[in-house]
Design a protein. Structure first.
Ligand SMILES: NC(=O)c1ccc[n+]([C@@H]2O[C@H](COP(=O)([O-])OP(=O)(O)OC[C@H]3O[C@@H](n4cnc5c(N)ncnc54)[C@H](OP(=O)(O)O)[C@@H]3O)[C@@H](O)[C@H]2O)c1
Length: 282
């Protein structure tokens, strides 16, 4: 029976520590969120991020643009936030509406305020083995593994999904931590065979219960990034009930990776505030 990797508990613990650090730092970190349109899921995620800011003593400001806002309008908002010295971190809530050029918007965020770690400059640092702001979900997963003292170096890690926000940076962080990494995606042949070789299996595809017991090696550590609706319930990519019987450790959904993502965003924002005061803080 697997150890349940309790992301909620670890995130709460880290937020408590962060609150104390911020309180004693004399700094006033501030996060700005930018949301375009009224997608309910995006609105909920932004609210959760503002609540976490409040919890740890990070100031926050929300910029809401209408659903028909143009790329130029979004860029103008980001430019204003870039030059606002009271703001340390800028978060663009994704996905943006289809008509907005997401890549241009992400690239317009000052790399020093890019607490989501999606700017090509920060991704470049991550992939060259010198991460500055690593994307929050994969960085949160690395923290969770470390908190549970799960060895990464020398293991065979398999990541399913190659998105810029999860799969690709996850593979870079695991490589930086000396795992041997395979990245799978929709064109991977014989996926089950690839997954069966994993000591650490990380799924970020967004398909309910896609990962079955047969795909998982006995004793593997299974990290479920997926957030899916199934029969009115929130479930991950992994068939949790079946896979927990053979995994050595597994994250639940909800309560696994999600809370770690938000805690990491808070940590990145505080870091951004520190780095502004000290060029050598990295
Ligand atoms: N818990 C959190 O904090 C958190 C944060 C971010 C995302 N998420 C969740 O994680 C999931 C993935 O998010 P994302 O942004 O990475 O999604 P995404 O951009 O849609 O990427 C999905 C990836 O999965 C791959 N894929 C899809 N079907 C596959 C299949 N049948 N076999 C193998 N690979 C397959 C795709 O391959 P191709 O590249 O070939 O298309 C793609 O690389 C979603 O459920 C999302 O809601 C959770």
């Amino acid at each position: 029976m697997a150890t349940i990797l309790d992301g909620k508990k670890i995130a709460d613990m880290r937020l408590k520590i962060l609150k104390e650090e911020i309180g004693g730092s004399g700094l006033n970190p501030r996060l700005a969120t930018v949301i375009v349109g009224g997608d309910p899921a995006s609105q909920m995620y932004v609210r959760m991020k503002h609540r976490a800011c409040e919890q740890v003593g990070i100031g926050s400001v929300g910029k809401e643009l209408p659903p028909d806002a143009t790329t130029e309008q979004v860029l103008k908002t980001v430019t204003q936030l870039n030059s606002d010295t009271d703001i340390n971190g800028i978060l663009i809530q994704l996905p943006l509406p289809k008509h907005v050029d997401t890549e241009r918007v992400i690239a317009s965020v000052s790399p020093d305020k890019d607490v989501d770690g999606f700017h090509p400059f920060n991704l470049g640092l991550l992939f060259s083995g010198r991460p500055r702001f690593a994307p929050c979900t994969p960085k949160g997963i690395m923290t969770l593994l470390a908190e549970y003292e799960i060895e990464v170096a020398g293991t065979r890690a398999v990541v399913i999904g190659r998105s810029i926000d999860v799969g690709r940076p996850m593979s870079a962080l695991l490589t930086n931590a000396d795992a041997t990494v395979t990245v799978c995606h929709s064109k991977t042949k014989d996926l089950a065979n690839e997954l069966n070789r994993a000591d650490i299996l990380i799924s970020a595809i967004g398909k309910a219960h896609f990962i079955t017991r047969e795909m998982v090696r006995l004793g593997a550590v299974v990290i479920d990034v997926g957030i899916n609706q199934l029969n009115g319930r929130l479930v991950g990519d992994v068939d949790f009930a079946a896979v927990k019987e053979i995994a050595s450790a597994i994250t639940p959904v909800p309560g696994g990776v999600g809370p770690m993502t938000i805690a990491t965003l808070m940590e990145n924002t505080y870091r951004a505030a520190i780095v502004r005061t000290c060029d050598t803080a990295w």
